[in-house]
Design a protein around this ligand. Structure first.
Ligand code: NIG
Ligand code: FE
Length: 401
C-alpha cells in the first residue's frame, strides 16, 4: 500500500544533520520512505491513500538507545536511602544496588519479566519511541541472561517497535563469583557469550567499566570475544570515575560509549576518530545527583556524535519518558533542542548500528515517524513529560498509543 502523508512540516535529520522541510510531503510504500520533500515538488504518484496530518511537525520515530527495561522488582527503598545520604557506591558495597535487582530478576519468571517490561516499554512508546535497545545484565548467569534476552526478543514480537538486544553479562560480579572476577570474565567469554550468540539472542555486547564493576583489562577480554563472534561492542564508561574506558571502546570500534561524565579530551578525540557515539544519560546524572558534567565542548569540538537515552533502570534512572531526557539534556548538559532531537533519532540509530535504516526521514529508510501537534520542533525538549498529541507511524502504518 502506497500512502501520501501531507499537510505537515518535517524535521528530517537528513544527511547527518538537523534540517527541516516546511510544507512537506512523504510517500511511504512497503514499510519504507519512498519519497520526501517539499509538497510543491511532489511528482504525481499513484497512491492508495492520502493522510492529512493537520499541520503537524513530523520527526523520525524516537530511538531510546540505552535501556535496562527488563528487570525484576524495583529499588525505591534504595532511593529513600540515598535521600538520607547513603551513596550509590556504598549501597552497592553493602550488597544492594545492581545485586539486589539481580536477586529479583533471577526470582522472576520469563512471563513476569515480560509483563513488567512491557508496561515500561509501552510508557516509552507513548512518547513516540519506535525503536529501543534492551540490555541484559541482571541475570549474570547463562540461564538468567538468556531469560532476559528472550524477553527483549519477545517485546519486539508482541509490540510495534524495533528492539536491539545487548548482552551486558559484564555488568556486575554475581555473588557466586565473589572474589573471582577474572573467573567470571572467563565464564562470560568461554560459555555465556558463545551460547547466547549461537541462539541469536545478541545484537551487541556491553560491559560496565568502573571501579565497582570491571577493569579495562577485563572489559578488553569481553570485547575480543565479542569481535571473534562477529558482534559489535558498547561500553558503560566514565560514569563515576575516569578509567579511559571510552578510549578502549574506541579502539574496538565500539558503536557507543555511554555516560561519560568523567571522560577526557583524549577520550573524545579517540571516539571521534573511531566514529563511536557518545550516549549521554541525563536521567542517571539527575537521579544520582551527580555534579560532574560530560565535557560537551570537547565532544562538539572534536565532532563526536552525541546521542541521548533514558538509561531506564531501577537503580539510577527510573525514567519512563525519553522526551523528559530531551529536556534534561538541554537544562542539565546545555544541549540545544536541535542537538537533543538528533540525539534521540539520527545519532541514537548509529549507536545501535542502525544508521543505514533508521534515525532520519530519507528515501529508502524504514517509515517510522511521529507527527506531533506542536508549534516548533523545540517544543519536544520544552515540555516536561506529559502526553503530547501525536500520531505514530511504524513501518508505514499508524499505530495507536
Ligand atoms: O546505566 N552503570 C551501570 N548500570 C546502570 C545502573 C544499573 C543499576 O543500578 O541497576 C546504569 O546507570
Ligand atoms: Fe546503563
Amino acid at each position: 500500500m502506497r500512502t501520501l502523508w501531507q499537510h505537515c512540516h518535517a524535521a528530517t535529520l537528513a544527511e547527518g544533520r538537523y534540517s527541516i522541510i516546511e510544507d512537506a510531503a512523504i510517500v511511504t510504500c512497503a514499510g519504507l520512505i519512498e519519497w520526501i520533500g517539499p509538497r510543491a515538488e511532489l511528482q504525481p504518484f499513484e497512491v492508495d491513500r492520502t493522510v492529512d496530518l493537520s499541520g503537524a511537525w513530523v520527526t523520525p520515530g524516537l530511538i531510546d538507545c540505552h535501556t535496562h527495561a527488563v528487570f525484576g522488582g524495583n529499588r525505591s527503598g534504595e532511593f529513600e536511602q540515598r535521600l538520607q545520604g547513603v551513596s550509590y557506591a556504598d549501597i552497592a558495597a553493602q550488597g544492594g544496588g545492581i545485586a539486589s535487582t539481580v536477586r529479583a530478576t533471577r526470582a522472576a519468571s520469563e512471563d513476569e519479566l515480560f509483563a513488567s517490561a512491557r508496561q515500561r516499554v509501552q510508557a516509552l512508546m507513548r512518547d513516540g519511541v519506535t525503536t529501543i535497545e534492551v540490555k541484559s545484565g541482571y541475570g549474570l548467569d547463562l540461564a538468567n541472561e538468556r531469560k532476559m534476552l528472550r524477553v527483549a526478543r519477545r517485546l519486539a514480537d508482541e509490540l510495534p517497535l524495533a528492539v536491539r538486544a545487548t548482552c551486558l553479562a559484564a555488568h556486575a560480579l554475581p555473588p557466586e563469583y565473589a572474589g573471582r572476577s577474572d573467573d567470571y570474565i572467563a565464564h562470560i567469554c568461554d560459555e555465556m557469550l558463545p551460547a547466547l550468540a549461537a541462539e541469536g539472542l545478541v545484537d551487541a555486547v556491553d560491559a560496565f567499566c568502573e571501579h565497582l564493576a570491571f577493569s579495562p583489562a577485563q572489559v578488553e577480554k569481553v570485547f575480543i570475544k565479542a569481535h571473534a563472534l562477529g558482534l559489535p561492542v558498547k561500553l558503560h564508561a566514565e560514569q563515576l570515575s575516569s578509567l579511559h574506558g571510552s578510549s578502549l571502546a574506541a579502539r574496538y570500534q565500539a558503536l557507543s560509549a555511554d555516560h561519560l561524565e568523567f571522560m577526557t579530551e583524549e577520550d573524545a578525540i579517540a571516539m571521534a576518530k573511531a566514529g563511536t557515539v557518545a550516549v549521554l544519560l541525563p536521567g542517571a546524572f539527575y537521579f544520582l545527583r551527580e555534579t560532574q558534567l560530560p565535557p560537551m565542548d570537547a565532544l562538539r569540538r572534536h565532532g563526536v556524535k552525541i546521542a541521548l537515552a533514558s538509561d531506564l533502570n531501577p537503580g539510577t534512572s527510573p525514567g519512563l519518558s525519553l522526551r523528559l531526557m530531551l529536556n534534561m539534556g538541554c537544562t542539565l548538559f546545555r544541549m540545544t533542542p536541535e542537538e537533543a532531537l538528533a540525539g534521540v533519532t539520527l545519532h541514537a540509530a548509529t549507536a545501535l548500528g542502525l544508521g543505514d535504516s533508521h534515525g532520519s526521514l530519507e528515501v529508502g529508510k524504514v517509515a517510522d515517524f511521529v507527527a506531533w501537534q506542536i508549534s516548533r520542533p523545540a517544543d519536544l525538549a520544552y515540555w516536561l513529560g506529559g502526553d503530547l498529541p501525536k500520531r505514530v507511524v511504524r513501518k508505514g502504518h499508524e499505530i495507536s498509543n
